[in-house]
Design a protein around this ligand. Structure first.
Ligand code: MG
Length: 364
């Protein structure tokens, strides 16, 4: 029997290679993280972190995480559902979404990491062990603030790095023609055999999404992601029915019930599940099982170093979004070979912190 003895948090500000224009159409130049270490009596440590582009929220998240993890001290890290129930009860007023859910998810990831280390198993095998490598796509470039030339250079670089798929962000150009031009130059740079996903981050109307989506299909569109507002379930269903390429959505929803609504209304062809918003690894797996019931594949949203495990664990795992926002604090980023992400064989998540980098990016 193992018992949680100590929980420690720290704040980090992890810088990026270059600023990018994020989904909400604001510039991001660094990513604030809250790092959590849950330690048992023998010194085995479960590691987790959450990040947000909101500098305003990060301190509140840390405070909440500290209060929450104090309640895990004395608990057995094998009892993840029981610990979650205790934390949910203690944060009952906190609603189905927002900081409470993000903090709960962070604790959940640390618990799964700790459990894996105690059992000596990599996480994906504990969760289902469907396969030991998964398709992945490059997501950390092809931003809206890139020039056409920069898009082409970045797209070619991804191919040279071994990626067979990549994601382009659209949704901020003044005309349909200008949006499609960005897809055209990326397709030109990568050739016909590389999958190109397009993410709109909710900035189009359903009408725009159908019109421009059909134009993008001329350039072999792999999927169209979040074309419309995430609350507009009917609008998303309209787009999904009107275009041939799959519509992917789900990352903006908190908890599992809204994901069920997307599936029931045929508003998605591929369900994208975010680790923090859904409620951690535990709920990510439940969402994947629910999607399987609808014969819908699941894709992960950001945090590939953790979500490679959930995608690899389930038969309907489609692909892992390869986003490098935390790679600077890791000893090694997840390995990509021939377009496939190779699952780490270390116990737990296999996320090993580069302690020098953690010190370097620490903030008070
Ligand atoms: Mg997205």
């Amino acid at each position: 029997m193992s018992t949680i003895k100590e929980a420690r948090t720290s704040l980090l500000e992890v810088s990026l290679d270059r600023p990018f224009l994020a989904g909400g159409l604001y510039m991001v130049s660094s990513v604030p993280h809250v790092l959590l270490r849950l330690r048992d009596g023998d010194g085995t440590e479960g590691v987790s972190y959450l990040y947000t582009h909101s500098h305003l929220l990060i301190r509140s998240l840390r405070t909440l995480l500290e209060d929450m993890t104090a309640l895990t001290v004395g608990e057995d890290p094998m009892d993840i559902e029981a610990i979650r129930a205790k934390l949910r009860l203690a944060t009952n007023w906190g609603g189905p979404g927002g900081v409470v859910m993000a903090a709960l998810a962070t604790v959940d990831v640390a618990l799964w990491d700790l459990k894996g280390k105690l059992l000596g198993q990599p996480l994906y095998r504990m969760l289902g062990g469907f396969r030991d490598r998964v398709p992945t796509y490059a997501s950390g470039a092809l931003w809206r603030n890139f020039s056409l030339k920069e898009l082409q250079e970045a797209a070619s670089r991804f191919v040279q790095q071994g990626f067979r798929a990549m994601k382009l962000r659209l949704g901020s150009e003044p005309s349909a023609e200008k949006e499609v031009e960005r897809m055209r130059v990326v397709r030109e740079a990568v050739g016909p055999d590389v999958d190109v996903m397009v993410d709109i981050n909710q900035t189009w109307t359903p009408h725009q999404a159908v019109r421009i989506g059909r134009m993008l299909e001329e350039h072999n569109l792999y999927w169209l992601e979040d074309p419309v507002d995430h609350q507009d379930v009917r609008g998303s269903a309209r787009v999904a029915h009107a275009i041939t390429a799959p519509v992917t959505a789900g990352e903006y929803h908190w908890g599992m019930p809204p994901l069920r609504v997307l599936l029931e209304n045929e508003a998605v062809d591929i369900l994208m599940v975010d680790l923090m918003r859904v409620g951690g690894i535990t709920d990510w797996m439940k969402a994947a099982g629910m999607a399987e019931g609808f014969r819908v594949p699941v894709a992960s949203h950001i945090c590939p170093e953790v979500l490679c495990h959930t995608v690899a664990a389930v038969p309907n795992g489609l692909t892992v979004e390869y986003m490098p926002w935390s790679f600077r604090i890791l000893e090694e980023p997840p390995k990509v070979e021939k377009g496939m992400l190779v699952l780490p064989q270390h116990p737990g998540t296999g996320v090993r912190l580069d302690e020098r980098a953690v010190k370097q990016y620490a903030v008070q």
